[in-house]
Ligand binder design. Structure first.
Ligand code: NAD
Length: 356
């Protein structure tokens, strides 16, 4: 019997429904081509959830995601809900969902497509061939450490990592490295911070279990500089919450357009796969959004959550071919386009190429 997976689908707001529809089109095409079944269950989050249920994260969604094999998510938010109190806003729904799902690992690939090399602000010779995976710890470190306080004459936050927190994120990075070039650069500030010395020790211990993986360490200030100077030196970057926040944004801009970049947040249970961009209310409903970031997120879901690597490869190749053939949505239309296509035409093209 064919394998069957249950996918939670959260379309969200703005361009969310448009881009998710295209990702599903592509998922359907590869699942038919490779003989596995995908069943989808739609769930509400964000503004659309507020409109229907009065809250940004309905209980049904919290329970629903836990029964899925993985969750594909578009984007939430928009001006319509911006005046609501903080805890009722769409963004609170997303943060709450991530917390409920326990997604402690944020994976952000930064890939540069040859065809879009001119879309980057960096020289072609520096970025040609860049293919980095940033593995960022997402639920610990200074953003969550206690004690924390804002006083009249001073303020403080605390950077804490437990052994378990470092071990589990390091394991994610080593497992991913095994599927790639088997090189990890662990980024910290061990020359100044005890918490970073601790991080280093735990990562070194984990490396013993992965003798094939080459592990190096780099201070975060140097890593920021190296990412811009020579990004090709990196395969997997493993780092903590605050350093990863900054480095993953810097790395993502190597590729030139926000409409291309996928992400995955994974943890102990079900993972959440989503484009890095927001709901783009300025272009919602016009059919011009770039669906490639979401389609790439679907590919990450197949690879990292479902273990359907062949299907993920088909999608990645289809995206490359569509770009090679000169198809561009408007946001990347200035870069060697042969034909500007709509969101849904881009979905059709990728689905067609991926099903061959
Ligand atoms: P945004 O990412 O939505 O848009 C920034 C710019 O990029 C806009 O000009 C937009 O048109 C363009 N853009 C984004 N995605 C695109 C795509 N796929 N194709 C073509 N162009 C694209 O960021 P913003 O404008 O700061 O935020 C808009 C809303 O999205 C806000 O309510 C914000 O809170 C929310 N947001 C949600 C998420 C999420 O759901 N994960 C992330 C960031 C922002």
């Amino acid at each position: 019997m064919n394998k069957s997976y249950k996918i939670g689908v959260i379309k969200g707001d703005g361009i969310g429904p448009e881009i998710i529809d295209e990702a599903i089109k592509v998922l359907d095409a590869v699942s038919v081509a490779l003989n596995f079944n995908l069943k989808y269950q739609e769930m509400l989050l964000g503004g659309s959830a507020i409109d229907e249920t009065g809250v940004p994260l309905p209980e049904e969604t919290i329970q629903g995601v836990k029964k899925c094999d993985s969750v594909l998510f578009g984007a939430i938010g928009g001006p319509k809900w911006d005046t609501l109190e903080r805890h009722l806003r769409p963004e609170s729904g997303l943060l709450g969902l991530r917390k409920e799902m326990g997604t402690f690992a944020n994976l952000r690939p930064a890939t540069v497509y040859d065809e879009l090399i001119n879309a980057s602000t960096l020289k072609a010779s520096v970025i040609k061939g860049v293919d980095i995976m940033v593995v960022r710890e997402l639920t610990g470190g200074i953003y969550f450490g206690q004690p924390r306080e804002l006083l009249a004459e001073s303020a403080y936050n605390t950077m804490v990592y437990t052994k378990e927190e470092v071990q589990r994120i390091a394991k994610v990075a080593f497992d991913i490295a095994m599927q790639r070039e088997k090189r990890i650069c662990s980024v910290d500030k061990a020359n100044v911070l005890e918490v970073s010395q601790f991080w280093r020790e735990i990562v070194e211990e984990m490396a013993v279990e992965y003798p094939e993986v080459e592990l190096t360490h780099m201070y975060v200030d140097n890593a920021a500089m190296q990412l811009i100077r020579d990004p090709k030196q990196f395969d997997v970057i493993l780092t903590g919450n605050i350093f990863g926040d900054i480095l993953s944004d810097a790395a993502s801009m190597l590729s030139g357009s926000i409409g291309l970049l996928p992400s995955a947040s994974t943890g102990k249970g079900v993972g959440l796969f989503e484009p890095i961009h927001g709901s783009a209310p300025d272009i919602a409903g016009q059919g011009i959004a770039n669906p490639l970031a979401t389609i790439s997120s679907a590919s990450m879901m197949l690879r990292y959550a479902l273990g359907e690597d062949a299907a993920a490869n088909k999608i990645d190749e289809a995206i490359k071919k569509a770009l090679q053939d000169g198809y561009r949505t408007g946001d990347i239309g200035d870069f060697d386009a042969k034909e500007i296509v709509s969101c849904s035409q881009m979905g059709d093209i990728i689905a067609d190429y991926a099903s061959r």
